[in-house]
Write a protein that binds this ligand. Structure first.
Ligand code: ZN
Length: 164
């Protein structure tokens, strides 16, 4: 299973395309979203091998969404939660030397935090180990997009019924 651009994997439910992640958000979502970190038009594929490797890590595999996380995901929708993820990536991970690196991602309190621990995208050390992006260098846009694709991919695998 790969994390493709949802516009291809999940056809829009209406001709207006409102179920499409990459369609313009309705005004209420646009207002709540960070304007500093817009979602990319497409996301890279995530190799199946990553999910296999993560499943073999007892530490990573024990992370799961709890009832509160699932309720939040249902309420907010995947698009909004993905915007939060893009914001966390930009502010907490992308700098060459992030603030409090290694401790910048809480264990709980947001579904994206859980997804980050589950996927080795919680800090620059884990990102280097699991995804090969060297510490000490600012993350490039393609790397940020990949991390976002991994987080979204995990959320969709964890809660396949989630909607945009
Ligand atoms: Zn970490």
């Amino acid at each position: 299973m790969t994390a493709r651009a949802p516009s291809r994997r999940r056809p829009a439910a209406s001709p207006a395309g409102q179920a499409d992640l990459f369609a313009p958000p309705p005004p209420d979502v646009a207002r709540a979203a960070s304007t500093a970190t817009p979602l990319p038009a497409t996301l890279p594929d995530v190799a199946d091998d990553l999910w296999e490797r993560l499943s073999r890590s007892r530490f990573r595999a024990r992370f799961h969404l709890d009832a509160k996380d699932r309720a939040y995901l249902q309420r907010q929708g995947l698009r909004s939660v993905s915007e939060h993820a893009a914001d966390f990536i930009a502010t907490r991970l992308a700098p060459a030397h992030p603030h409090k690196d290694g401790r910048q991602t809480p264990w709980r309190g947001h579904p994206v935090f859980v997804a980050q621990h589950a996927t080795g995208t919680c800090c620059r050390g884990c990102i280097e180990k699991w995804h090969g992006f060297a510490k000490g260098h600012e993350l490039q846009q393609a790397q940020r997009d990949y991390i976002l694709a991994v987080i979204r991919g995990w959320l969709l695998r964890e809660d396949p019924g989630t909607h945009e």
